[in-house]
Structure formats: C-alpha cells, structure tokens
Design a protein around this ligand. Structure first.
Ligand code: SF4
Length: 79
C-alpha cells in the first residue's frame, strides 16, 4: 500500500475552517488562534507534516481542495 504525507503551512492559515469541516480526521481548528491544526502532525521548519495511508488519502485531498489559500498538499512517499 502506498503511503502519503500531508504537508501543511500553518503560518499561512487564514482560519477559514473548511478543511476541518470536510476532513475532521486530520484537521481541527485551534480555539487559541483560530488556525487549523494538523492532528498528530509534526513540525518540520515552517511546515507541519503527517504520514497517512491510502485509506484516508481522499479525505486529505478534499481538505487540500477546499483550502482557499492552497497551503495543504498531499504527496506520495516513494520507497
Ligand atoms: S482551509 Fe486552509 S486556511 Fe482554512 S483553516 Fe484550513 S488550512 Fe487554514
């Protein structure tokens, strides 16, 4: 099964919120600053990353699609 990686530039989030509405598995809104959190993600520099498998990839793609500032991307992890 291929693995995927969500990459999320939290510092550019404008807090619009649709990512968490369509993909509550991976995103929720932080009440402290109104920005989305990548649930279980790790920070690498200015990007938050989370490895996922194919079973939740479509959800993550929906989050990427609805983000108005296009700061969520999904990449396939090559072996
Ligand atoms: S949709 Fe994009 S801008 Fe809106 S809360 Fe989610 S990551 Fe932030």
């Amino acid at each position: 099964m291929p693995k995927y990686r969500i990459e999320y530039k939290r510092n550019e989030c404008i807090g619009a919120g649709p990512c968490a509405a369509v993909d509550p598995t991976h995103f929720d809104i932080d009440p402290s600053d109104g920005k989305a959190n990548l649930k279980g993600g790790k920070q690498e520099g200015e990007v938050w990353v989370l490895e996922i498998d194919a079973s939740t990839k479509d959800l993550a793609l929906q989050a990427a699609d609805v983000c108005p500032v296009a700061i969520i991307s999904i990449k396939e992890i090559k072996d």
